[in-house]
Design a protein around this ligand. Structure first.
Ligand SMILES: Nc1nc2c(c(=O)[nH]1)N[C@H]1C(S)=C(S)[C@@H](COP(=O)(O)O)O[C@H]1N2
Ligand SMILES: [Mo]
Length: 513
């Protein structure tokens, strides 16, 4: 049996140890200094709009998982190659390991939130990986063994192989466990979760009481209030930024009369307000679910900006997250009378860590990528002509007003119903304008008005129902919402560069009653 598979296995095991030791070190240093996460994050940032679009289309919100699986497969191949090379010529294998380590260290050091110690996990991991690789290569079975002429030598060789496999397997498992341990023991995570649990949200000016019946009550329709645990999550963060509220501060600067710095305590003791706002992602396809409605608690950004005194020359506020993400928001959306918030609460709880703890922005009427910066730490009052945000650089529009949309949630596309009275139901949204009506069209028939559920305000989505007399056969159901400017457009547009349009359409087959 050739030595190559053993050498490849040794490379894999050494690779696992490299990543494991790096992950454990990163748990102490900083989660985003983990080389695997840092390289992944660099890859995410380098992803052009079309590829991001493709990834979301193919994997939805599992795009991060897909990236992780892809990276592991590529890395496993490279680690096996390093093992094979090292068995032939140690210098070559070692050089590949060092090269990979250097890539990790460089990626970690160039993250926007990198500290001085960012390259350390990669370096420590690489050193450990090199030692383990050397140690295993020295024990490769079949080395300097006489050709198998005698029985005893054969027996010795087999036993040797088994020992080697057992040894290498144990090393590989140890490395993998260290990766898992590093990720879960991540120092920041538990600390921030604990601090979050201790945050007591202050009382606030309550949102206007909701009318009864914002939920249509049709089974299968998303609840009007989206629970925090099921709220869609979209961001570029492979590792959620762990921002400590006790050291958090927000700097407001740029074209202002005076710079303002706000601490978390100052924010909590400000006059906070509550508002229902439906947040939508520009990457939401027609009929998609990258949209959710919550009760947000926060300081009106209008008041914060007033303290700084923006110059009349400014037309944009560039918000920056702790992890370097940026969004460009038209300044009028933050200074007019809408509920643009520097938010600390979501549905009565401190913001979940994934949704921006301790502080994020929420701006009614704008897609998240130009307004809803999570883990926000910096507001620069500036001009569209002078600064570009994260997604604008990557081919998305610099402005992103939410487009009026509607979707059919019941019956589902490609489902079967029985002829007779069928309830068609769903949700529509037109933040800042309000949904004035929803219409349903069956096949080539006329548009007919649906019944709107109670109105929770112009910034929240609105549920609707339509009673359909279904006849046997295959039918196409189509929906459109109207805002004060008229019905939403039928023109089909893709999500890039500023949001999808078109009618959501489902096909259902109706069987005889
Ligand atoms: N820091 C940071 N904030 C961000 C993003 C991001 O990638 N990083 N993505 C934005 C986008 S594209 C959307 S749609 C919303 C989603 O907010 P959610 O994850 O709380 O639903 O967050 C916005 N804020
Ligand atoms: Mo988004």
């Amino acid at each position: 049996m050739p030595r190559t598979p053993f050498a490849a296995f040794a490379g894999l095991a050494a690779g696992a140890v490299t990543l494991g030791v790096a992950a454990l070190t990163a748990a102490v240093v900083s989660a985003s200094a983990d080389p695997l996460l840092a390289v992944g994050a660099t890859f995410v940032d380098a992803t052009p709009a079309w590829l991001k679009d493709l990834a979301i289309a193919a994997f939805g919100t599992a795009d991060k998982l897909a990236l992780t699986v892809g990276s592991v497969v590529v890395l496993a191949g490279l680690a096996a190659l390093a093992g094979v090379l090292a068995a032939r010529r140690w210098g070559l294998g070692a050089a590949l390991v060092v090269l990979l380590g250097a890539v990790g260290a460089l990626a970690a050091a160039s993250r926007p939130d990198a500290g001085l110690l960012a390259p350390v996990p990669s370096l420590v991991g690489t050193l450990a990986g090199l030692l383990v690789l050397r140690w295993l290569v020295d024990r490769l079975p079949g080395r300097a063994r006489p050709s198998s002429t005698a029985g005893p030598a054969d027996a010795a060789g087999r036993a040797d192989r088994r020992t080697f496999l057992r040894l290498t397997g144990a090393v590989a498992v140890g490395g993998a466990l260290a990766v898992v341990a590093g990720r879960t023991l991540g120092a920041g995570r538990r600390v921030v979760e604990a601090v979050r649990d201790a945050v007591r949200l202050p009382a606030a000016t309550r949102a206007a009481p909701l009318p009864a019946g914002v939920d249509s009550g049709v089974p299968g329709v998303d609840p009007w209030v989206t629970r925090n645990s099921t709220f869609y999550r979209i961001d570029t963060a492979l590792t959620v930024p762990r921002v400590d509220p006790t050291t958090w501060s927000l700097r407001v600067h740029g074209l202002v009369e005076r710079e303002v710095t706000l601490t978390f305590d100052e924010l909590l003791s400000s006059e906070l307000v509550e508002a229902w706002v439906t947040l939508a992602c520009v990457s939401n396809e027609v009929g998609g679910d990258l949209v959710g409605n919550a009760r947000w608690l926060g300081l009106p950004l209008r008041e914060l900006l007033e303290r700084a005194g923006p110059s009349p020359d400014a037309d944009m506020v560039l918000s920056t997250s702790a992890d370097g993400f940026t969004a460009s928001t038209p300044i009028e959306a933050l200074t007019d009378d809408r509920d643009a918030l520097l938010a600390v609460g979501m549905n009565g709880e401190p913001l979940p860590v994934e949704h921006g703890f301790p502080v994020r922005m929420v701006v009614p009427g704008l897609y998240g990528y130009v307004s809803a910066t999570k883990w926000v730490v910096d507001l620069e009052v500036t001009r569209f002509a002078d600064a570009e945000a994260y997604w604008t650089v990557r081919g998305w529009s610099e402005r992103g007003p939410v487009k009026t949309q509607s979707r059919i949630e019941v019956p589902r596309h490609a489902s079967q119903v029985t002829a007779g009275r069928v309830v068609v139901a769903g949700t529509a949204w037109a933040q800042q304008r309000g949904v004035e009506g929803v219409e349903v069209r069956v096949d080539d028939g006329p548009w007919r008005p649906a019944t709107l559920a109670a109105d929770g305000g112009i910034d929240s989505w609105r549920q609707w129902t339509y009673a359909w007399d279904a006849t046997p056969g295959t039918h196409e159901l189509r929906v459109r919402a109207s805002d004060p400017d008229g019905p939403q457009t039928a023109d089909v547009a893709r999500v890039v560069p500023d949001g999808a349009t078109g009618h959501h359409t489902v096909r259902v087959s109706v069987t005889d009653a």
